[in-house]
Design a protein around this ligand. Structure first.
Ligand code: FAD
Length: 409
């Protein structure tokens, strides 16, 4: 028989249970990616294109192909099923409202849909809190359960992928390059190897050092699935780091249980947000007059990436200081981040806004103290805010009357 493997954000051949199972059981496999205008990748189009080209190369190395089609995902999948006589579709189960509505629609078609794990380390519905409820609302108990949860075996990449003959591969469009990372499984695996050799041991000590950039920068690869989160957790067996992978799983299991997370307050606390288009614009452009905030916002625009500590500081500044709705900030991050991710972005924004899972929703943030602690030499600010490049620390964090740099909002 023939099985379609419908790729989405699992763009790899290593540890891909849906692909491995198809290659094991089916005579012919049709690896498919649909460029669906309803999920346009925006600035991430070039990164996505690199991922697809790389996946195509890996499949061709194994005698296979990546078939690329444009259009509505379910319609294109069913069209290819008719063309190839496929009776089954394999997908990696995903958590967002959009992904799940697509899986539901596929399940309603005249084809067998089989869902496989692979998007998170631990499947989002595996762990049930002992006190009741369908998901964990607080991180620490989740972390405890997650650390002890059974893990499936890491799947080997298929040795051979037998695809139907005479089927047009389809084009992968070019796009404007964007951001500081290049897409694809090979780039991802190279980065992971380097990280394990050179970065991981220093992670606990260095992860909050803004100027040092001593974090893995694996997030876009984990988002697009160029890396398996399970394989990453197994290979990076170090507590401070796996704890962050657990945060990723945590927000995914919340999204699975509460798919409105990108739009609705998870724990409504009666916030009233201010409408202030001018302040919002200044925040987006990195012109608030608070150097540590502006540095973070400009890193985002320059690199398509922002250090986690800077994401926390800039997000807190928007919601706690400017009192602007977290959804405005989340939308801007989503537009510009290479690792933009429905679960992680919304979950973290709600955490900062105090409408999410933080057990201390009224936590206060002192921007100057954060700046002095995590950018003690001022190197992060000087790198991204050239107007302040001539100032030493600590003055760089509290500039007064610097020509061309705004007063604090
Ligand atoms: P590392 O520190 O090396 O961590 C390793 C991996 O763990 C990351 O690649 C990521 O997959 C995961 N991780 C780390 N921190 C978190 C976290 N707080 N929540 C969930 N997963 C985490 N991450 C995204 O992947 N996409 C987003 O859209 C996103 N939006 C965010 C918005 C805000 C307001 C905040 C505060 C954080 C957001 N994060 C998001 C989480 C985090 O900032 C990034 O995952 C991290 O900075 C990526 O860099 P890294 O790969 O070097 O991380």
């Amino acid at each position: 028989d023939t099985v379609i493997v419908l790729f989405n954000r699992d763009l790899r051949v290593h540890d891909h249970p849906a692909l491995a199972a198809a290659c094991e059981r089916a005579g012919r496999v049709v690896p498919l990616f649909v460029l669906d205008p309803s999920v346009a990748a925006g600035r991430r189009s070039a990164f996505l294109g690199e991922c697809l080209r790389d996946l195509r190369e890996s499949l061709r190395d194994r005698g296979g192909e990546l078939f690329v089609r444009q259009g509505e995902t379910v319609a294109e999948t069913m069209r290819l099923a008719r063309e190839t006589g496929a009776t089954t579709v394999h997908v990696s189960a995903d958590v967002s409202a959009l992904a799940r509505s697509r899986q539901r629609r596929l399940a309603g078609e005249r084809i067998e849909l089989r869902r496989f794990p692979g998007v998170t380390v631990v499947p989002p519905d595996l762990l049930q809190p002992s006190g009741g409820g369908d998901h964990y609302k607080v991180f620490t108990p989740y972390w405890r359960a997650w650390s002890q949860a059974p893990r499936r075996a890491v799947a080997d990449p298929p040795k051979r992928v037998s695809v139907p003959e005479d089927l047009a591969p389809g084009d992968i469009p070019d796009a404007e390059p964007y951001g500081i990372m290049r897409g694809g499984e090979q780039a991802a695996r190279a980065r992971l190897d380097t990280w394990i050799k050179e970065g991981l041991d220093d992670y606990e000590e260095g992860h909050d050092d803004l100027a040092g950039a001593r974090t893995s920068r694996l997030s876009p690869y984990l988002h697009f699935g160029c890396l398996s989160p399970l394989e990453t957790a197994v290979r990076c067996d170090q507590e401070a780091f796996t704890r962050q992978l657990c945060w990723r799983d945590f927000h995914h299991q919340v999204t699975f249980a509460f798919p409105e997370l990108p739009r609705r307050d998870y724990r409504p606390r009666g916030h009233t947000w201010r409408a202030d288009a001018g302040a919002l614009r200044a925040w987006k452009e990195g012109l608030t007059g608070v150097p540590i905030v502006d540095a973070g916002m400009r890193q985002l625009l320059a690199e398509g990436f922002m250090h986690n500590r800077a994401r926390m500081i800039t997000a807190a500044y928007l919601v706690k200081e400017l009192k602007i709705d977290w959804r405005e900030g989340a939308a801007h991050f989503f537009e510009h981040l290479l690792d933009a991710d429905v679960a992680n972005n919304s979950g973290n924004w709600q955490w900062i806004a105090g409408t999410g899972n933080d057990t201390r929703p009224n936590r206060s943030f002192n921007y100057l103290r954060q700046a002095r602690r995590f950018d003690p030499e001022g190197a992060y600010v000087r790198r991204y805010v050239p107007e302040l490049a001539g100032l030493p620390a600590p003055a760089v964090h509290e500039p007064t009357g610097v020509r061309g740099y705004p007063m604090p909002l």
